[in-house]
Design a protein around this ligand. Structure first.
Ligand SMILES: *[C@@H]1O[C@H](CO)[C@@H](O)[C@H](O)[C@H]1NC(C)=O
Ligand SMILES: *[C@@H]1O[C@H](CO)[C@@H](O)[C@H](O)[C@H]1NC(C)=O
Ligand SMILES: *[C@@H]1O[C@H](CO)[C@@H](O)[C@H](O)[C@H]1NC(C)=O
Length: 352
């Protein structure tokens, strides 16, 4: 008695299992894209409460990790309001993505490095690049493909600068680090024909400058702050001169370490859009390097005049130490106010 009945229930079970499997298969075929995607979502997701099938959500696909660097996604600071956005680097979600972020260095310079599947009509391709135009050749392969730009230029659709100032909640008394040295410069790409090296060659004839970096005194990342903050001045000389191209040489090596920046880059007026006019010295404030040197030596003897370069710090502090995630976290807000339709015919025409 026992064995036939258990045989029947086994058969029943089998039939139920098979039919459920078939139903699952049909659903999978019908909604294949979504189901497949949500399976991958569940594997990759750091916040399991998010659901892919929620189509009101803005999906932002990182086509590559920038330079292969990974970092946590979907953990953006509240101040950057990422509500309604979901970041992923799962390429299987390409067809559902509202925006695809192409980091220039990782796709340069071939169409083979770009998405190959048919492109959804309302999808934005966001071109992300932090290098200056001088160091960004061969942009033609992206003609008529990019919708939005992202980078240090303030007219980018997603403005991602190297640093910025934030207002202090209340006035603070900034303590200037102890200074026992005069002028520092750290440079890794020494090009003797560059404007900055030529300017340095003139300046050093009149004031002593300690140079760090490849080919010069070594300076490890760990000792940077401790070493550079001893200097009264730092040469924040950009590798090339372009509008808004103001890098960590200003934000980190000078402002964060408590040195007065001596800048070589875009014109003074451009800097003043981002930092107070009494926070830095511009090489173009002087008609010759010799005059600048004389001013440096004068400030070295006049503590009161030197300290004026720190007054702004009662009201502001500089932000410069952050990871890739902060750049990417700015995309959500920018997408919400992006033009509905935009294509950039020639990036090279804009990026120069
Ligand atoms: C964040 O953005 C959404 C719109 O996308 C808006 O409704 C909400 O008020 C914003 N939240 C904050 C705190 O600004
Ligand atoms: C800043 O320094 C001034 C003068 O030394 C002092 O009166 C003031 O209380 C200080 N403010 C803070 C916030 O520490
Ligand atoms: C983005 O650019 C592509 C290529 O020109 C275009 O087909 C598409 O409509 C644009 N998308 C948006 C949202 O503007």
């Amino acid at each position: 008695m026992d064995s036939p009945s258990s045989n029947i229930s086994l058969k029943k079970c089998f039939v139920i299992l098979i039919s459920q499997f078939c139903i699952a298969c049909i659903f999978f075929l019908l909604y294949g894209k979504i189901n497949l995607a949500s399976i991958f979502f569940k594997i990759n997701l750091e916040e399991p409460s998010l659901e892919l099938s929620n189509h009101s959500q803005i999906t932002i696909l990182l086509w590559t990790w920038p330079f292969g660097d990974t970092f946590p996604l979907n953990q953006c600071p509240l101040s950057l309001n990422n509500s309604g956005c979901f970041y992923t680097q799962n390429r299987l979600l390409y067809s559902d993505a509202d925006a695809v972020v192409l980091h220039h260095r990782d796709v340069c310079c071939s169409k083979k490095n770009l998405p190959q599947l048919p492109r959804p009509p309302n999808q934005y391709w966001v071109w992300f690049n932090l290098e200056s135009p001088s160091n960004t050749p061969r942009l033609d392969f992206l003609n008529n493909l990019i919708n939005l730009t992202m980078g240090y230029r303030s007219d980018s659709d997603v403005f991602a600068p190297y640093g910025w100032l934030e207002q202090n909640d209340k006035e603070v008394n900034f303590t200037i680090p102890t200074k026992n040295k005069l002028v520092a410069w750290a440079i890794s790409n020494w090009d003797s024909n560059s404007r900055r090296v030529r300017y340095y060659e003139q300046l050093k004839q009149h004031v002593s400058i300690d140079v760090f970096g490849r080919l010069h005194r070594s300076l490890s990342n760990n000792e940077q702050q401790q070493v550079l903050s001893q200097y009264k001045f730092y040469l924040a000389f950009e590798n090339s001169v372009h509008e808004d191209y103001i890098t960590e040489k200003l934000w980190k090596n000078s402002l964060m370490y408590g040195c007065v920046p001596i800048v070589l880059g875009p014109p003074r007026a451009n800097y003043e859009r981002f930092i107070p006019k009494d926070s830095f010295i511009h090489v173009e404030d002087f008609s010759t390097a010799q005059e600048l040197a004389a001013y440096i030596l004068q400030l070295d003897k006049d503590d009161k005049a030197y300290k004026k370069y720190f007054h702004w710090r009662t009201r502001f502090h500089s932000i410069q130490e952050f990871g890739w995630d902060i750049h990417y976290c700015k995309i959500c807000k920018a997408l919400k106010k992006a033009p509905k339709h935009k294509t950039i015919a020639s990036l090279a025409d804009w990026y120069k």
